[in-house]
Design a protein around this ligand. Structure first.
Ligand code: HEC
Length: 126
């Protein structure tokens, strides 16, 4: 009687573990969306939207930065962000590593802000 009960518990446990693994996977994607909305986008809105949004007088570099898809799609030079790639163009631009693309042009972001964006790119799923 007790062995039967143990068997059932084991089945239940394994089933539960599989379900939570699936859940964790989709939660990671949701997390990175939430991070974009809560942390990255407000930063870009403050520092970049003057020149890189649908509200810009003149869109610079053909690059919009209003959604994750905008960043993945990029502008004149191709994708601004590649999932997981620390050498993404946007990161190089905000680190002032690209000669004619030092963003924002008015002055470098705080290291902290650069880190927030870099961490988000790193966590982005391909
Ligand atoms: C004052 C206007 C202005 C602001 C603010 C600005 N940019 Fe730009 N950005 C430009 C211009 C102009 C270009 C085009 C430069 C070129 O291609 O020579 C550009 C190009 C870029 C590119 C390259 C696009 C491509 O595909 O060629 C990236 C990436 C970029 N900006 C990111 C940012 C980010 C991130 C911010 C905010 C942190 C920002 N920019 C803020 C004016 C601006």
């Amino acid at each position: 009687m007790t062995t039967g009960c143990g068997y059932q518990t084991a089945v239940w446990l394994i089933g539960g573990m599989a379900a939570s693994a699936v859940l964790a996977g989709s939660m990671q994607a949701a997390d990175s969306d939430a991070t974009f909305t809560q942390k990255v986008k407000p930063l870009l809105a403050r520092k970049c939207f003057d020149c890189h949004s649908s509200k810009s007088d003149e869109l610079k570099g053909n690059l919009k930065l209003e959604s994750v898809d905008d960043l993945l799609k990029g502008g004149d030079s191709g994708p601004a962000v590649k999932a997981g790639d620390d050498d993404s163009l946007l990161l190089k631009a905000i680190r002032y590593q690209v000669e004619d693309k030092q963003m924002p042009p008015s002055g470098k972001l705080d290291d902290e802000d650069i880190q927030v964006i870099a961490d988000w790119v790193k966590g982005l799923k391909k």
